[in-house]
Ligand binder design. Structure first.
Ligand code: SF4
Length: 390
């Protein structure tokens, strides 16, 4: 059997913050198309999958599988029952079995690797960055109407819906969260539907939310914590790890049919302690998962010394595999260092306090770089500008 098929382009869509549709969250948001064009736009992808071709947009799944790990694709194929459906697959979309969306961008945290597109709290920061540090390449998001507002007016057959994944903003804070759950309740039998929620765990769960969540078939709750407490609070600005983790444990007591997981995002800031971070959550969760940031704080653009320094501290097989696709990006890396520094000033935080080992490693290696950098006679040098600002 051809093993390049992923059921998601046939039975799933992920709605971007611009209200466009794409097969899964691993496709760039720019790949998203209008809902009415979704079937047509991804016909070639479906054909290629049926013909045994690997689409480059599915790189992360192939990377995971190459390390012997289950991937989003293998999970999806199991859940959607590829084995029983493969004979009937054509180039056409079927009905939604799984959907994924951020309800809106209402959030109370200002995570460093996030943006105003996903957190209303970051509008002020991103505006300040655009006005004062435009070379750091941040943008102020134009906030679209909520995904719930978009979906509720569409003619979709929800009868085969079995799974919904809700991402941030922060669902428990969103005024649209309960409306969306009641909307689903009116259109399909939610006792057949698994609900996946990603939450920052800053809010206590209300009685009304608990009651409707317990009507779903199963709740997969992912608490977002990024590494050890100090690293997590540094990366997720505004969070209180200790209080938020208590909330996470409380959710586990209130929900009946549930799987409690912690999902961590690793960046330049916290990846050095990945082993301890994974161990920390294991005793309190059913599963622990993680991904890496490939945006502003990506370690995949770091220089050689950074990879060596991190890999000296960990035996994590998945991370070792991921580092194989690292490609040093001189400008990107120095922009990241400058962003760390600029954010410390903006948030009045200190990398030195949060992750002293990383701070020291950056100090030593940046000094080496600065000492070795030959300043050109003209002042027209991007690196000189960065160095002067750092
Ligand atoms: S193979 Fe992976 S990246 Fe591609 S559609 Fe499936 S889950 Fe998404």
């Amino acid at each position: 059997m051809v093993d390049t098929i992923c059921m998601l382009p046939w039975e799933s869509f992920t709605v971007t913050m611009n209200n466009n549709f794409r097969p899964c969250c691993r496709f760039q948001t720019t790949e998203g198309v209008l809902a009415e064009d979704y079937d047509e736009a991804f016909k070639q992808l479906r054909r290629d999958m049926l013909d045994g071709k690997k689409d480059p947009r599915c790189r992360k799944c192939w990377e995971e599988e190459a390390c012997g790990q289950p991937s989003m694709r293998t999970h999806a194929n199991e859940f959607h029952g590829l084995e029983f459906k493969k004979e009937w697959l054509t180039e056409n979309f079927r009905k939604p079995v799984h959907i994924e969306l951020s309800i809106d961008n209402t959030c109370n945290l200002q995570c460093r690797m996030c943006s105003s597109r996903f957190s209303s709290k970051l509008l002020k920061r991103d505006k300040w960055l655009v006005e004062n540090h435009d070379h750091l390449d941040f943008h102020v998001a134009k906030v679209e109407k909520s995904r719930y507002e978009t979906l509720k007016d569409m003619k979709i057959d929800w009868s085969e819906l079995r799974s919904v994944k809700l991402l941030g903003g922060e669902p428990f804070l969103s005024p649209n969260f309960l409306d969306f759950l009641y909307f689903l309740d009116m259109r399909t039998d939610i006792s057949n539907v698994n609900l996946e929620i990603v939450t920052n765990c800053t809010m206590k769960m209300t009685e009304e939310i608990t009651e409707i969540l317990n009507q779903f078939k199963y709740v997969y709750l992912y608490g977002s914590f990024d590494g050890l407490p100090e690293h997590s609070m540094y990366q997720r600005v505004g969070s209180d790890w200790y209080q938020n983790f208590d909330h996470f444990l409380e959710y586990g007591e209130l929900l009946k049919n549930r799987q409690m997981s912690v999902h961590q995002t690793f960046t330049v800031i916290n990846v050095s302690h990945i082993d301890e971070a994974l161990e920390l959550y294991k005793p309190h969760t059913d599963t622990v998962s993680w991904s890496y940031d490939d945006y502003k704080f990506s370690f995949l653009q770091a220089p050689d010394w950074f990879e060596e320094w991190v890999l000296l501290r960990t035996n994590n097989k998945k991370l070792r595999g991921i580092f194989k696709s690292r490609k040093y990006d001189h400008i990107g890396w120095h922009r990241t260092l400058h962003t760390i520094d600029t954010f410390d000033r903006y948030y009045n935080t200190s990398l030195e306090k949060a992750n002293p080992e990383l701070h020291e490693a950056l100090r030593i290696n940046t000094k080496r770089y600065v000492d070795a950098h030959k300043r050109p006679p003209t002042r027209d040098c991007y690196y000189c500008d960065l160095i002067d600002e750092m």
